[in-house]
Design a protein around this ligand. Structure first.
Ligand SMILES: Cc1ncc(COP(=O)(O)O)c(C=O)c1O
Length: 343
């Protein structure tokens, strides 16, 4: 690049940021042709994924964190004060980034299901982390209950409560959804289906609400881990995928937005994450693998030439000691997963 070209890129503002928080959002929409071909999708059918793992904190939750903190500031968070949050790890990491920049102390509560990688990143970013047992809603040791108690016991602390915050839907309705639709239109002319799971429901509800308005023809598909009850199926059974599904619908979830549900096993979620690594060079998490497996199922059912979009919520770097490790897989009932390269 010549000096003039470098100056013109810098002048466009796209690579300038005053803090790490300025590089959140506007993530790429990736096309996955090698993966589509490896799983036998008809030629012309297009699989697209919004690469939220490329946010600086490694997940879609970066979009939410600053908004949660700014809402807390409006409702009385004092400079240098303490914020408390219950999280499956990623919201905590995003908050830790934002809290460092804005000068707040962060207390995070996460269950033992959360990977050690996420816990270590949280501590590295200066968060105080409390780990609770992995128990169902209603149990006083559930991570949300512990977070509420810690916030109440800490003078001046604010419990951010992503599970009830309208900001959690708003950021995705105002940013993630419009970005996704515009990128899909530029890349493929349209979006036939949008496939996404529900943790708090912020991403799913925000994007789906926007699509209902801006692209009513787009079919909205809920991707749910096998064992979760959100797709409407029976008794809760614990499962290994982190961040999506639950033993009860979260408060922000709106089942009226769901046109169709697809249930995906742990094995298929992790198999698709491995396949994305080995066919497209993408290191994505287990919920991304779950989304991808569900998107593939939808794409196989739609007419050839359809355009199916999904979200990659977080990076595979969060799970190197879990499903990316063959020994962990063997110890968790997933023997052989790595041997066929995810195929
Ligand atoms: C890895 C991962 N995937 C998906 C989600 C779900 O996102 P949302 O809370 O917006 O439903 C989360 C949320 O914590 C997550 O951590």
């Amino acid at each position: 690049m010549t000096g003039a070209e470098v100056r013109s890129v810098l002048a466009s503002g796209t690579v300038l940021g005053r803090t790490i928080l300025d590089s959140i959002g506007e993530t790429p929409l990736l096309e996955l042709p090698r993966l589509a071909s490896a799983i036998g999708l008809p030629s012309g059918t297009r699989l697209l994924a919004k690469a939220e793992q490329l946010n600086p904190g490694g997940s879609v939750k970066d979009r939410l964190a600053l908004t949660l903190i700014e809402d807390a500031e409006r409702s009385g968070l004092e400079p240098g004060g303490t914020v408390v949050e219950a999280t499956s790890g990623n919201t905590g990491i995003s908050l830790a980034q934002a809290a460092a920049v804005r000068g707040y102390r962060l207390i995070v509560v996460a269950s033992t299901k959360v990977s050690q990688e996420k816990i270590r990143i949280l501590r590295a970013l200066g968060a105080q982390v409390h780990v609770t047992p992995n128990v169902p809603h209603g149990n006083p040791n559930h991570y949300t209950e512990v977070a509420k108690r810690l916030a109440a016991a800490t003078p001046g602390a604010v419990y951010l409560d992503q599970f009830h915050s309208t900001a959690n839907v708003r950021v995705h309705e105002e940013h993630t959804g419009p970005e996704l639709l515009e990128q899909a239109r530029q890349l493929a002319g349209r979006l036939d289906a949008f496939v996404c799971g529900v943790g708090t429901g912020g991403t799913f509800v925000g994007v789906a609400t926007y699509l209902r308005r801006a692209s009513p023809r787009t079919k909205v598909v809920l991707a749910d881990p096998s064992g979760s009850v959100l797709a409407g199926g029976g008794q809760f059974r614990s499962y290994l995928v982190e961040g999506i599904g639950d033993d009860a619908p979260p408060p922000l979830f709106d089942p009226a937005l769901v046109d169709e549900s697809v249930v995906i096993s742990d094995r298929d979620s992790f198999r698709f994450a491995l396949l994305a690594a080995r066919t497209e060079g993408l290191l994505i998490g287990g919920s991304s693998g779950n989304h991808l497996a569900a998107a593939a199922e939808v794409a196989l059912r739609l007419p050839a030439g359809s355009v199916v979009g999904t979200i990659f919520p977080d990076t595979g770097r969060n799970y190197l000691s879990k499903f990316f490790d063959p020994e962990w897989c063997a110890a968790n009932g997933l023997a052989g997963l790595h041997e066929d390269g995810g195929r």
